[in-house]
Every structure is written in structure tokens, then in C-alpha cells.
Write a protein that binds this ligand. Structure first.
Ligand SMILES: [Mg+2]
Length: 225
């Protein structure tokens, strides 16, 4: 009986310890995301960009044809207006009003060129280009004439000027975002550039190497696998 009791204690005790936590409440998470955006988000981006800046200042003079790769959305441009209008969901089609109201279609939002600069990244961009570093944008936005025109106009409007290249994803591309972005960096290297820094807000921007260092900006608002 004693042995049975011991067995029973051992068998049941772990079950009592491993309590399953209730998942976070979605409305409280959204509230926290808005608070984070208004408080620490830009500071956290600034700290990470400073690491990239310090590295580029140091390494650019050491290599032949130095290049920096930047992602666009939530790295160079902020789509906060669209994100909040859609209450953290993603809407691809349909219009996006002025001011953006739900639903705000992503293609319409991009076409409206209302994304704002991520200021620390813009300052980094301007300093890098001043140093003679070639800056390339590599984005998951689709390669399509009106999308390219709107993306270039939006970048230009908020202060990005004189980039070395802009790689966009083909609509028929069935590979992963990380595969597309890695292939784009290989193409940049094939042009003779040394990619000293790759900056993005998603792991899929940075996976796959082909950069001396990479810098991950915070983005708790959405995930691009
Ligand atoms: Mg991004």
C-alpha cells in the first residue's frame, strides 16, 4: 500500500505543478501594443539603429564597395496609420479612406504614399549615403509598376534619396520571404558590393546570411514568416 501511495504521489504531483496559463486577452494585448508604440518603440529602434550606425562608421572604410540593405515596412517606413485603422488585422484589398478608417486595404494604403519615415533609420540612411555606402532596399512588397512607383514616391517624399537599388518580390514567387531576400542580397554581392549591414524588423529579413552583421528592429505588431 505504501509503495502504491508513493507511486500515486509521484504520478500526480507533476500534473498539479504544470498549470496551463490562460492566454493573454486580445484587447489587453492591443492596448499594450498602442502603449508601447507611443512610449518605448522609437527609443528601442533608435538604440538598435545606433548599433548599426557605429558598425557602419567603423567598417565602411575597411571594405571595397560597402553596401547596406534595408527592409522597407516597419524598418524604413512606418505603416502605423494602416495598422491602427485595421485594429492589428491585415486587409489586403479594398479602399483606404482619409483618414484611414477600417477596413484600410493594404494596396490602397501603399498607393496613397502616406507611410511616414522611421526617423532613426532615415538618419542612418542619410549618414551612410554621405559616407559613400550604397544603400539597397529589399522589400516583400510586390513588383508591379504602380506598387513600385508608389513605394519609390513614398520613400522619396519622406526623405530617402539616391538609393542604389530597390528589390521587390515577384507576385508569382512561391518561395519564402527569407529565400527571396537572401537571393536579392546575393545579387547585390554579385554586383561587387560587400554588404556590411542588413537591417530589418522581421527574422525573415535577416535569415540566410549574406551580410557581415544584421540588426533586428522591434516589431511586435505583426509577423512575416
Ligand atoms: Mg518590414
Amino acid at each position: 500500500v505504501k509503495a502504491q501511495l508513493l507511486w500515486l504521489l509521484l504520478a500526480t504531483a507533476p500534473i498539479a505543478i504544470v498549470a496551463v496559463a490562460e492566454p493573454p486577452n486580445i484587447d489587453l494585448v492591443k492596448r499594450d501594443l498602442k502603449a508601447y508604440h507611443s512610449k518605448d518603440y522609437m527609443t528601442d529602434i533608435g538604440a538598435k539603429i545606433k548599433e548599426a550606425r557605429d558598425w557602419v562608421d567603423q567598417d565602411a572604410p575597411q571594405v571595397k564597395k560597402p553596401a547596406v540593405v534595408l527592409d522597407i515596412d516597419e524598418t524604413s517606413l512606418s505603416n502605423w496609420g494602416e495598422i491602427v485603422a485595421n485594429d492589428f488585422t491585415f486587409v489586403i484589398n479594398g479602399p483606404c479612406g482619409t483618414p484611414p478608417t477600417p477596413p484600410c486595404g493594404n494596396i490602397a494604403w501603399d498607393q496613397s504614399t502616406r507611410a511616414t519615415a522611421i526617423e532613426p533609420t532615415l538618419a542612418f540612411y542619410q549618414e551612410a549615403t554621405k559616407l559613400g555606402v550604397a544603400v539597397f532596399f529589399v522589400t516583400g512588397r510586390i513588383e508591379e509598376p504602380s506598387e513600385r512607383a508608389a513605394t519609390e514616391l513614398n520613400l522619396w517624399k519622406v526623405g530617402y534619396r539616391g538609393w542604389a537599388g530597390l528589390y521587390m518580390r515577384q507576385s508569382k514567387d512561391r518561395g519564402s520571404v527569407a529565400q527571396f531576400k537572401t537571393a536579392a542580397r546575393k545579387k547585390i554581392e554579385d554586383l561587387g558590393f560587400t554588404i556590411i549591414a542588413n537591417v530589418g524588423d522581421q527574422d525573415s529579413d535577416l535569415a540566410g546570411g549574406h551580410a557581415a552583421k544584421w540588426f533586428k528592429l522591434p516589431n511586435p505588431f505583426y509577423l512575416i514568416p
